[in-house]
Design a protein around this ligand. Sequence first.
Ligand SMILES: [Zn+2]
Ligand SMILES: [Zn+2]
Length: 244
Amino acid sequence: MRRMVCLNPEEAFHIHTWRCGHAGDEREDAYIRTAMYLGAKQITFTDHAPFPGDSFRGRMKMADLPEYIKTLSELKAKYQGKIEVRIGLEAEYLPGFLAYYEKLREEERIEYLLLGQHFYELAPGVYSFSMKEKSGQANGIIRAELSGVESGYFSGVAHPDRSYRYLKPGETADVGLAKELIVAAREHHIPLERNLSSMETGQFYPEMFWKHCPDDYLVGLDAHSVSEMARRYHEAAFWNEMGE
Ligand SMILES: [Zn+2]
Ligand SMILES: [Zn+2]
């Protein structure tokens, strides 16, 4: 079988910032300078996107979005020719917010929308994080990822397999659904991300998910501090070298 290849070996991809409230307080300039030191040719910031109304936790506030874009735009210009700084956001696909995704798409300074499905919409205004029963949520998240891939708003899928952490003992993942996601991503030319944070925390699922995926992949550092970025950049190089 052909060996799967990392699509972005010289990129510090999937970087968060202080704005999401659960990352270190280093500024973006420190991430960029460290990425250059590591030998990266490109760094892509994908902080957790705000949503209108600011009703979800663990992300920047809507009011901070203009400053995020402005700061990164200035740094993009400052480091031009040295390292490519890309401005992105990580967001869930929630069908109740289609008008908002349209607005994000119209903002041409936002170059990359990364699908990070941490929860999903059950009905307008009702979300899976309010469910007491966790069984079924792993498949629910994959189904939402599938809709996100088909929506056309996203350029990559962060940790497509992480939802399996919600599997209850004895509950099995729907392999057919995982395969459906993998095929849809391929057809839409949207790469899936092998996430270094998931690997470190035991939420990476080669048996349940990746063995079904014969496609080249993105490596995402999912870094919430400069030291995490540096450590995972080296880990990624190691994994790519090992071919797994
Ligand atoms: Zn985060
Ligand atoms: Zn992330």
